[in-house]
Design a protein around this ligand. Structure first.
Ligand code: FE2
Length: 387
């Protein structure tokens, strides 16, 4: 996160004595990434953050692969994923490769009995339905419909939901998730041609410090296992921190679309990047304004990337038979394009209300058993002319 932020209290000089009202020291922690070369923050704890009491049984979270080598275009009915009470139980991996795991979740209950961190991956949670608060040891971020929550690896968090009606698209990335480099200057500031700016970020706020001892369960995802650790002190015991490494939110509704006289390619929709995949936001916008423009996209061959599109809201201009919560997967190696009739029907249209999230991966995606349960099985034939 290339913007400096701080909350709470910390010493004016780093790595120096910082004392509690009773004269004892607070405990400093450097929370960094990519060795000592990436984003980092300096945290100050009431207690040493190292007090592991017990290590319980670990659970294997490895996704069960149904189709390892896929050539078929797919359509998944995402809202058919059954809601479950627990946030982690509710997460169903759909598509995976060695860089990213993409899944759907419909959690009903807030996380109150344990804390969670993913030490394998940066997490992106896209909130399709529901409101609540992402509670972290670096502060809280209220969330609502349309929010991306970016949670760098290792962040300790809990999800608090206001109701039981929640739908989330999530991605676990083996590589750090950043905003696109081409929209930042050499200091990291977002440039004028960026479709969003620093004011749009939802930064952590309302840092709550819990000075408590006891038994605190932390579930830690590492090497595909979910480990169960019991800590002797409350994980949210930070009195202050500053730096660049922290979770943040960004609303898809604050993405300002880039439009043109003729059809603009997918990179104009790019919102986040990694070294292995991109995340794009397709938002309501005016269509192309060349007098002879065709607003629907041309057929295209993404010969070296799989395209996963998650439909959020509105009519999707180039598709038929698609509704909110649906996922389409257009695999690398074969061209895809608008459905029969939609290419012609788009001519003369002036705007679209479509809202969708796209994840394009450079390595092919494997489909899980969960995905096959909600796969319609015939989408790959949907471009045939009607007899
Ligand atoms: Fe495409």
């Amino acid at each position: 996160m290339p913007i400096y932020h701080n909350l709470g209290k910390f010493p004016q000089k780093r790595h120096t004595q910082f004392r509690k009202p009773d004269g004892n020291l607070y405990y400093e922690q450097l929370f960094g990434t990519i060795g000592f070369d990436g984003m980092s923050s300096l945290l100050y704890h009431v207690h040493r953050p190292t007090q592991v009491k017990e290590i319980g049984k670990a659970m294997d979270m490895t996704p069960k692969i149904a189709v390892a080598k896929n050539i078929a275009s797919r359509k998944l009915v995402g809202f058919d994923v059954a809601p479950k009470d627990d946030f982690l139980d509710s997460r169903e991996p759909m598509m995976v490769n060695s860089d990213v795991l993409i899944g759907l979740a419909a959690p009903r209950k807030s996380m109150t009995e344990y804390f969670y961190k993913n030490s394998d991956a940066d997490e992106m949670l896209f909130i399709h339905k529901g409101t609540g608060t992402l509670k972290t040891f670096l502060g809280n971020i209220p969330f609502e419909y349309g929010d991306y929550l970016i949670i760098p690896r290792g962040m300790i968090y809990q999800m608090e939901f206001d109701t039981e009606d929640n739908r989330i698209l999530y991605a676990e990335s083996a590589h750090p998730i950043y905003t696109p480099k081409r929209y930042r200057n050499w200091f990291g500031q977002l440039l004028e041609h960026s479709p969003f700016c620093e004011r749009d970020y939802k930064l952590p706020q309302d840092l709550q410090t819990h000075d408590e001892k006891g038994d605190f369960v932390m579930k830690i995802k590492k090497q595909g296992m979910l480990h169960h650790l019991v800590y002797a002190t409350h994980p949210f015991d930070v009195v202050g921190w500053d730096g660049y490494n922290y979770p943040y939110g960004f609303s898809i509704h604050n993405f300002e679309p880039i439009t043109g006289r003729v059809h603009q390619p997918p990179p104009v929709h790019q919102t986040f990047e990694t070294s292995a995949f991109v995340i794009c936001s397709f938002c309501p916008r005016l269509y192309d304004y060349h007098p002879k423009s065709i607003p629907a996209p041309y057929n295209h061959s993404n010969i070296d990337s799989d395209e996963m599109l998650y439909y959020v809201d509105g009519d999707f201009m180039s598709r038929t038979g698609i509704g909110p919560g649906y996922i389409s997967l257009h695999p690398a190696g074969i061209p895809h394009g608008p459905h029969p009739g939609t290419y012609e029907a788009s001519i003369g249209k002036t705007k679209t209300e479509e809202l969708a999230v796209m994840i394009d991966t450079f390595k092919p995606l494997q489909l899980t058993e969960n995905a096959m349960k909600i796969d319609d099985g015939k989408y790959f034939k949907s471009w045939l002319d009607k007899e």
